[in-house]
Design a protein around this ligand. Sequence first.
Ligand SMILES: C[S@@+](CC[C@H](N)C(=O)[O-])C[C@H]1O[C@@H](n2cnc3c(N)ncnc32)[C@H](O)[C@@H]1O
Length: 254
Amino acid sequence: MTNPWALGDYHEFATEMVWGFGPELVTACTIGGGQRVLDVATGSGNVALRAAETGADVVALDITPENLEAGRTEADRRGLAIDWVEGDAQDLPFDDGEFDVVTSSAGAMFAPDQEAVAGELVRVCRPGGTIGMINFTPEGLAAELFALFGAPTTPTLWGSEERVRELFGDRVSTLVMDRRVLVERHADGPEGYVAFYKRTFGPVVAAYAAASDPAALDRDFHDFARRASRGSPAEYHYEYLLVTASVRGDAPGT
Ligand SMILES: C[S@@+](CC[C@H](N)C(=O)[O-])C[C@H]1O[C@@H](n2cnc3c(N)ncnc32)[C@H](O)[C@@H]1O
């Protein structure tokens, strides 16, 4: 089966719609020079590129080689050295405690085994290190969009405070969670928004290719885009949870 994330043009999608997530996680995790950082499900390097720009030593991992290739091109353009690694968030190819900071923006949430992902993010982060995630919420517009395309909405459970607490359990000592809103806009109105998603966003490209009635799917997507727009010409508010956690240290009281 084709990997849906390899379809469309993820880098174009990301730079147009979610490019603010990278700097947001870099700031939230106070990433800087001298730190060793892992960005999980990096896509084309949204967080990884920005972390490398601070002088951090960055490894960027994703399951989709096409996205890593786009990231490598972007890193070359910016004169940044990043280690691009193909791999699965559920089974990270790294040693215990290798990283000072482990990030994932709208990425690791898509791996099906959430317990495995939580375990791996904690395992590869050193005691006292930081995990930072951006996850769309189950109550927000992303869950509605996923449902429209027949995709599971379970990834958005990573956007529930209760579920995140359960997933990390007592392996983290501090857990800060903040609900925020991503605004996606399109200059050509809802029609332009739909066309942009159909051309660039892999899971949507895959859903159209697999649809038994693509015309019906198209009607539903246009209805969604007209109904959900909150501004002119087109504006969509996607709620997400910004998560930062400290991995429990060895020292008493940490
Ligand atoms: C919405 S994109 C987010 C990419 C990037 N973090 C960003 O903010 O632009 C989701 C990414 O998760 C990756 N992904 C999905 N499942 C994965 C898994 N099990 N392990 C690693 N990466 C995965 C996809 O290949 C895709 O690049």
